[in-house]
Design a protein around this ligand. Structure first.
Ligand SMILES: [Zn+2]
Length: 211
């Protein structure tokens, strides 16, 4: 473990770069096209690979806070003790970064993994192997709606806003309005309708319980 005081002062640190949250307009355009039956492969890839990169960033940060940092240059796994005065140093290349600088790289980036780690991992595995725009669209929709369910189901948990840009109520309102139609990718509208019915039933259940 390298002591930070032994590192040169004034050096330019090479901090990790994290993939940003998805923009709501991109997702709106994707669903609007899909609802009209238009398959825009470029847009599907833009959203899908954007989500993939974001999922990978969130998981890499969770791993780093768990003690395993990924080298930004060569991808090697580096063990870190998270102490302020020590630096992360790659055993395979020259990359070296004080832990405090690593923390700065994650600050205010909404990278908390929350409760959706399993969904993110599943998306990465399946999307990386997916062929064809329909399959990719179904996987994007599955992830977005699991995320939507998570936002609706855990209103008290502030650290969940990690996939789509905006404040939590804005993101929920946005996801409530996504377009679905008879021309949507096969399976999307049916699973959307089923989810709506489930939400209505569970809301009704709460009302009944409160009467
Ligand atoms: Zn390295």
């Amino acid at each position: 473990m390298v002591n930070v005081r032994m590192m040169q002062t004034g050096r330019q640190y090479e901090r990790p770069r994290w993939a940003p949250r998805l923009k709501r307009d991109e997702i709106t355009r994707l669903y609007a096209m899909d609802a009209k039956g238009i398959v825009d492969e470029g847009l599907i890839d833009e959203v899908g690979y954007g989500l993939l990169a974001r999922c990978e960033s969130i998981l890499a940060v969770a791993e780093a806070y768990g003690g395993k940092v990924q080298c930004v240059r060569c991808g090697a796994t580096i063990l870190s003790d998270h102490r302020r005065e020590t630096a992360i140093q790659c055993p395979a290349c020259e990359w070296c970064l004080p832990w405090s600088e690593f923390r700065k790289s994650t600050r205010r980036k909404c990278l908390d993994v929350g409760q959706i780690e399993v969904f993110l991992k599943e998306f990465i595995t399946k999307f990386s192997a997916a062929r064809g725009p329909n399959r990719k669209m179904v996987l994007i929709d599955t992830l977005i709606h699991r995320y939507h369910g998570e936002l609706l189901g855990n209103p008290e948990r502030p650290a969940a806003n990690n996939l789509i840009g905006g404040k939590r109520p804005e993101v929920i309102a946005f996801l409530n309005r996504l377009s679905y139609g008879d021309q949507s990718t096969p399976g999307l509208k049916a699973s959307h309708d089923a989810r709506c019915r489930k939400q209505e039933n569970s809301a009704r259940g709460h009302e009944d319980a409160n009467e």
